[in-house]
Structure formats: C-alpha cells, structure tokens
Design a binder for this molecule. Structure first.
Ligand SMILES: *Cc1c(COP(=O)(O)O)cnc(C)c1O
Length: 359
C-alpha cells in the first residue's frame, strides 16, 4: 500500500483502504463461491445476500423508515435528472438553482413541464446558497428539487429547505452518508455512488412509497421507479460489483461508529483546512460564503493563478493529487469525503503552510 497517494479527487473518489483490501481478498473467489462477484449471476442466492445485506446496512445507518424503498439503479445521478420529472412532474415543479448540477437537473425537467426557479445564486457565481426567506415556493408544485452539496462550488446545506407539504427531492450525490439526515423529510433522495459511497456505476435512490403511485405505466420500463421497486432493483442486471463495494462501505461505516462518528470526523477534517485558510493572512481565500461552506469539497483560491498552478504542481510531486478546481471555476478544491484519511488533511495543511512560507 506504500505507493498510495492522498487522493483529493471530486469523483470517482477515495475509498476506505480496508474496503479495497477486503475486495482484493474476495477477488478470485467470493467467500467460497469459487468466482468473483463480477462473475456471478445477479439471480444467485449469493448475490441476493449481497444486495439485501447492503440495503439492510444502509437502512440501519440512516434509520430509513419502512415506508421507503431503497433502489440501486444505473445511469448516474444524471439519469435521475430525467427520471424525476418523467415520473413525478405533473405540470410544474420547483427547482433551487445552486450550481452546475442543479442546472443540469433543470435542463431535463424543462423538457417535461414548467420549471419554477424557486431560488438561485447564479448571479453571485453560486458562492452561497439561497436563504429560506429568498425562496419563492409554489404550494401547487409537483415537488421541490435541491442539491444538498454543490461539488463544484463547495457549498452545502446544513438543513433542508422548508417546503411545507410539497414533496422534497434531493440530489445528494456528493454528501450522501456524510452525516445522519432525517429521511422522513424527503420524498426522494438520490445519489451517484462514486463520491462518498463506492465505485461509479450504481445510483442509490431512496423513495417514499406513496410517490410510486404517481409513476405512469406509459413510461419506458427502465425509467419507471415503480418497476424497479416491484422488482427489488433486479428488473434488469444491476451494477452488481458496484453494489457489492457499496455494501462493504456501509459495513465500514457501521464498524467505525456509524454516521454520527463520521460527521464528527468530517467536521474536524474540514475545520482544520478552513481554520488554516482563514488564518493565512489572506494568502489563501475560501471561495464559498462562510455560512454555506461544504464539509466535503473545500474550495479556495490563492493570490493569483500562477501561484495556484504552482501549488497544484508541487502538491502532486509531494503525493497530494486532485487539488485542481473544476475547469468551469478554477482555483483549488480539496475533496475530503468520508474515506479521506484525517492524516491526509493534516499533511495538506502543513504543505500549504510551507508553500506560503516559500512564496
Ligand atoms: C457528480 C455529481 C452528479 C453527476 O453524477 P453522475 O453519476 O456522473 O451522473 C450529479 N450531482 C452532483 C451533486 C454531483 O456531485
């Protein structure tokens, strides 16, 4: 393992080393099955235990109420941008526009019905989230859609927007399982696996059962949530290996104290970085408004782009990979998801201190 480096990639992203080692042990023959999980039928008893076990552990981690279904689908969060309006939009829906991913969700919803932009910080470069008082919600909307963590801009909701009786739908792709959330506040929660839960390929959907009554039989089969719920995510071949790894990640979370312990660690890790940024005499500047800063994606700037490039290059030479900000916004971004080791954040802070002293 000595050649593993600190991986600050926004996604696909770092996985727990214990999980990778366990997968390695199981690679050629999964627990006496004589074959890899990649090679086995998704209809086998062995795989059934894997997918059911993953669901059970996820339910325990999040205290998911019994009237919610857990689905493992494909197509990424991106397919959810289409499936949500196709299944649930009856005429109009509210969307909160907080960044690039919200915009992509809005683009697809507009193909289906009327999108009311219930709030937006686009004019401010998405460096903060709209406040509750700024939201213009329509009580007749089919649902309200928001993005809990804006991976590119480094902003994150601390609590859900208040939306009354309108179903709340959330893209949690980049902060799913970073802390315990109250699932009962949501109608649908979805997330691509590859940021905080596992490898690319699987998309998690947690859906309140009454929402399934809205899914029209006229939809193409794969796009219909009700089909996936009725078939326990086995309508077609699911992303079986990704689901297996997600299951290992859920076990790892449970073994390490569950989501409250993980949240404490996340607050601590991000705190080290933000505290140093704020106390660097302005050499480093946080890109997002303080009150909306993300615990997962820490975005920051240096005095000029030359220094930013220099830091990224020197960091890479020193074993810190993936610090370049998204190409659309520039600057730097340290993605420090659940599996990112505390030591790596401490070492990055030390590296940033040294870099400042040299420059
Ligand atoms: C990465 C990301 C997506 C896109 O996910 P895919 O799995 O690539 O479709 C959507 N929303 C958010 C918040 C993301 O971070």
């Amino acid at each position: 393992m000595s050649d593993r480096i600190y991986n600050f990639s926004a996604g696909p992203a770092v996985l727990p080393e214990e999980v990778l080692k366990e997968a390695q042990e199981d690679m050629l023959s999964y627990k006496g099955a004589g074959m890899s999980v990649m090679e086995m039928s998704h209809r086998s008893k062995t795989f059934d235990d894997i997918i059911k076990g993953a669901e059970r552990d996820l339910r325990e981690l999040l205290d998911i109420p019994n009237n919610y279904k857990v689905l493992f689908l494909q197509g990424g969060a991106t397919l959810q941008f289409s499936m949500i309006p196709l299944n649930f939009m009856q005429g109009k829906a509210d969307y909160v526009n907080t960044g690039a991913w919200s915009k992509k969700a809005i683009k697809e919803a507009k193909r289906v019905g009327t999108v009311n932009i219930a709030g937006s910080t686009e004019e401010e470069g998405f460096n903060r989230l709209p406040k509750q008082s700024e939201l213009n919600l329509d009580p007749e909307a089919s649902y309200v859609h928001f993005t809990s963590n804006n991976t590119i801009f480094g902003t994150q909701y601390k609590t859900e927007p208040e939306v009354g009786d309108v179903p709340l739908i959330c893209d949690t792709s980049s902060d799913m399982l970073h802390k315990k959330i109250d699932v009962s506040k949501y109608a649908v929660i979805y997330a691509g696996a590859q940021k905080n839960m596992g490898p690319a390929g699987a998309t998690l959907v947690i859906i309140r059962e009454d929402m399934l009554e809205r899914c029209s039989d006229d939809l193409h089969t794969y796009l219909n949530y009700k089909i996936h719920a009725d078939k326990d995510s086995l309508y077609n071949t699911p992303p079986s290996y990704s689901i297996y790894i997600m299951g290992l990640v859920y076990k790892w979370l449970l073994k390490n104290g569950g989501l409250d312990a993980m949240y404490k660690r996340n607050v601590e890790k991000a705190g080290w970085l933000y505290d140093y940024i704020d106390n660097s005499d302005g050499f480093y500047r946080g890109a997002a408004a303080k009150e909306d800063r993300s615990l997962m994606n820490v975005t920051f700037r240096l005095p000029n782009e030359e220094l930013e490039k220099k830091l990224i290059a020197e960091a890479l030479e020193n074993g810190f990979s993936g610090l370049k900000g998204h190409r659309s916004v520039g600057g730097l971004r340290a993605s420090i998801y659940n599996a990112f080791p505390s030591q790596g954040v401490a070492d990055l802070v030390q590296f940033m201190k040294d870099f400042k002293a040299r420059n």
